[in-house]
Design a protein around this ligand. Structure first.
Ligand code: HEC
Ligand code: HEC
Length: 267
C-alpha cells in the first residue's frame, strides 16, 4: 500500500547569524570523549593560539578547539585531511591547519553559521520537553559527509546505473550503516521508493525494489501487498496473486489484498 506521505520539506536558507555561545559550549562539551587518535597526533600539539578562526572566537582555547574538531571529524565520519591541507597518513605536524586552500573547510564554516541560525530559530519556540533539543552537526550528518536519505541515495544510483546497481548499493549501505542511525532502513523506505519507481512507469524496477523489501521484511503484509500491486501493474497476474495471497495470509484483515485477489481470480 502507498505510504501516507513522503514529506520532504525544503526551506530557503536563512541569512547567517553568529553561532550562539551557549550552543558552542554544548558542542565542545558533548564531543570531549576522544575518538581514536592517530599515533601522529602525539608528536603534534594543538596551537596555543589559532591564526585563522572566523566562526569560532579568535581566542578559542586549544582544548575546546580540539573538542570541536574531533566532533566535526566524528559527525562526518572523516579525518582531519577532509577539511584541512595535509596528507592522510602523514604526521599532523606536516598539516597546514590555518590554510583555507581546502574548499571543504569553508563549507564547514558555512555549516557552522547555518547551525547557529537553526539553533537561534529553535530558541524562539517553547521546548517540547524539560530542555530545548539542540541541533548538532551529527544531527544531520550521522557519520557521513553527505547526509542523503536512503531514498535519495537509491534514486541517484538508480538514475545513473540502473536497478542492479541500486540493489547492490542497498545491500552495501545496509551492511555498513545498519544500526548507526545514518539511514532509515525501516520497511517504509523501500516501500516508498518502490512507489516512486512505479509512478514513473518503471514497473519492473519497482518489482525488484518491493522484492528486496519482502526479502528484508518477509513478515510484512504491507510489503507483500505492494509487491502484488507492482506485479499487477506489470501484467504478471500469477505472481500478483501469489504476493497478495501471502499478504492476506500474514494479515487476514487486509481488505485491499482480499479485493485484489477476488479481481484477479474473477477476471
Ligand atoms: C568538517 C571540516 C573539519 C574537520 C574534519 C576538521 N576541521 Fe579543523 N577546522 C575546520 C574549520 C572550518 C576551521 C576554522 C574555524 C573558524 O574559522 O573559526 C578549523 C580550524 C582548525 C584549527 C585552527 C587553525 C588556525 O590556526 O586557524 C586547527 C588546529 C584544526 N582545525 C585542527 C583540526 C584537526 C587536528 C582535525 C582532525 C582531528 C580537524 N581540524 C578536523 C574544519 C574542520
Ligand atoms: C541541517 C542539516 C545539517 C547540519 C546541522 C549540518 N550539515 Fe553539513 N551538510 C548538510 C547537507 C544537506 C550537505 C550536503 C550539501 C550538498 O552537497 O548537496 C552538507 C555538507 C557538508 C559538507 C560538505 C561535504 C562534502 O563532501 O562536500 C561539510 C564539510 C559539512 N557539511 C560540514 C558540517 C559541519 C562541520 C556541521 C556542524 C557545524 C554541519 N555540516 C552541520 C546538512 C547539514
Amino acid at each position: 500500500m502507498q505510504p501516507d506521505s513522503r514529506g520532504r520539506a525544503i526551506h530557503p536558507p536563512a541569512p547567517p547569524s553568529p553561532f550562539p555561545l551557549a550552543c558552542l559550549a554544548l558542542l565542545a562539551g558533548l564531543t570531549l570523549s576522544t575518538p581514536s587518535a592517530s599515533g601522529a597526533q602525539q608528536e603534534w600539539s594543538w596551537p596555543e593560539r589559532s591564526e585563522n578562526l572566523q566562526v569560532l572566537p579568535a581566542d578559542f582555547p586549544a582544548e575546546r578547539l580540539s573538542a570541536v574538531m574531533r566532533g566535526f571529524t566524528r559527525a562526518l565520519g572523516v579525518r582531519c585531511s577532509y577539511c584541512h591541507v595535509g596528507e592522510e597518513g602523514q604526521p599532523l605536524s606536516t598539516f597546514d591547519f590555518a590554510s583555507d586552500d581546502n574548499p571543504k573547510k569553508d563549507i564547514a564554516r558555512t555549516m557552522y553559521r547555518m547551525l547557529g541560525v537553526i539553533n537561534d530559530t529553535l530558541a524562539t519556540i517553547e521546548p517540547s520537553g524539560p530542555a530545548a533539543v539542540n541541533m548538532w552537526c551529527h544531527t544531520c550528518h550521522r557519520g557521513r559527509p553527505r547526509p542523503t536519505t536512503l531514498d535519495e541515495e537509491l534514486a541517484e544510483v538508480h538514475a545513473e546505473e540502473g536497478i542492479d546497481a541500486t540493489i547492490t548499493a542497498y545491500r552495501q549501505l545496509r551492511e555498513r550503516f545498519h544500526g548507526r542511525g545514518a539511514f532509515d532502513f525501516g520497511e517504509g523506505t523501500l516501500n516508498g521508493f518502490g512507489y516512486v519507481l512505479l509512478g514513473e512507469g518503471h514497473a519492473e524496477d519497482a518489482i525488484a525494489i518491493f522484492r528486496l523489501n519482502v526479502e528484508q521484511y518477509p513478515e510484512s503484509a504491507n510489503a507483500w501487498d505492494s509487491l502484488g500491486e507492482a506485479y499487477l501493474a506489470a501484467g504478471d497476474r500469477a505472481r500478483a496473486e501469489e504476493a497478495y495471497g501471502k499478504s492476506l495470509e500474514l494479515d487476514p484483515e487486509n481488505e485491499n489484498a482480499r479485493e485484489k485477489l477476488a479481481e484477479i481470480r474473477g477476471g
